[in-house]
Design a protein around this ligand. Structure first.
Ligand SMILES: C[S@@+](CC[C@H](N)C(=O)[O-])C[C@H]1O[C@@H](n2cnc3c(N)ncnc32)[C@H](O)[C@@H]1O
Length: 240
């Protein structure tokens, strides 16, 4: 595992949270495992190639690494994430599954990756909504665009919603009900709502699409929807 000294903006994904992440995320994100399985399918069918080198931004505890490596023994995955505790969980998981030879882990943001050949595909699952729209979202998208070959597919999952809209308020209410029905206690639901209010930088889907275009990607096409969480496919534009 390589490392740089780039500190994360806020220690949202500290080691203690990392240990609980895999259980928590499956209880609060409707269709989390389906999102990851479909993300792999979308890349496989969008021209990644059988021997693809895949850039995995914000790999966290490694669900997408596990899913993609199992399904595609010919792929090599380069994963980055500034949260060391999250990548430590990913490393153990990959070693236990015998998949570690297919993956390089790097503690840091995408821009801190050592220079290497252009990637054939990329993922950025549940990461962008943590960054403010003050140039940070654009910088992350550009850092991926610069590292992809023209035409390469990107799957990106985000909470791209307008927080002032009736649709948003409805989705939030529906999400609360869904969690209650799943047996999550009131305190934990309230904690999740506070996390959203404090840590998520929402932009409407139109702005999300404009940011992707500005960074050098084609307009996003939806392939997954789970209340507030949406999965999209786009491609690095052909002109570089
Ligand atoms: C909600 S987790 C998602 C993890 C994983 N992709 C998944 O689907 O479960 C968000 C991850 O993004 C990472 N992250 C935050 N800012 C980042 C950045 N600028 N570049 C790369 N990763 C970042 C966090 O450290 C965290 O591990």
């Amino acid at each position: 595992m390589t490392a740089d000294t780039t500190a994360p903006r806020r220690d949202t994904f500290h080691a203690d949270r990392a240990r609980r992440y895999d259980e928590t995320i499956r209880r609060v994100l409707p269709g989390y495992d389906t999102l990851h399985a479909l993300s792999a399918v979308m890349l496989e069918t969008a021209g990644a190639g059988a021997a693809a080198r895949v850039l995995v931004t914000g790999a966290g505890t490694g669900t997408e690494l596990d899913v993609m490596a199992r399904r595609n023994p010919g792929w090599h995955l380069v994963a980055c994430d500034p949260a060391e505790g999250m990548l430590a969980v990913a490393r153990t998981r990959l070693e236990e599954a015998g998949l570690d030879q297919q993956v390089s882990l790097h503690v840091g943001i995408t821009d801190s990756l050592p220079p290497q050949a252009p990637f054939d595909a990329a993922t950025c699952l549940l990461v962008l909504h943590f960054l403010p729209d003050d140039g940070s979202k654009l910088a992350l998208l550009q850092s991926m665009a610069r590292r992809l070959r023209p035409g390469a597919p990107l799957v990106i999952a985000d909470m791209a919603e307008d927080p002032g809209s009736p649709r948003f308020r409805h989705l939030l209410t529906a999400w609360t009900h869904w969690q209650e029905e799943a047996g999550i206690d009131r305190q934990e639901i309230e904690k999740g709502l506070r996390h959203i209010e404090r840590d998520i930088h929402f932009v409407p889907e139109s702005r999300f699409s404009a940011l992707l275009t500005e960074a050098g990607f084609t307009p996003p096409e939806r392939f997954f929807g789970g209340l507030l969480f949406t999965g999209y496919l786009c491609h690095r534009t052909l002109e570089t």
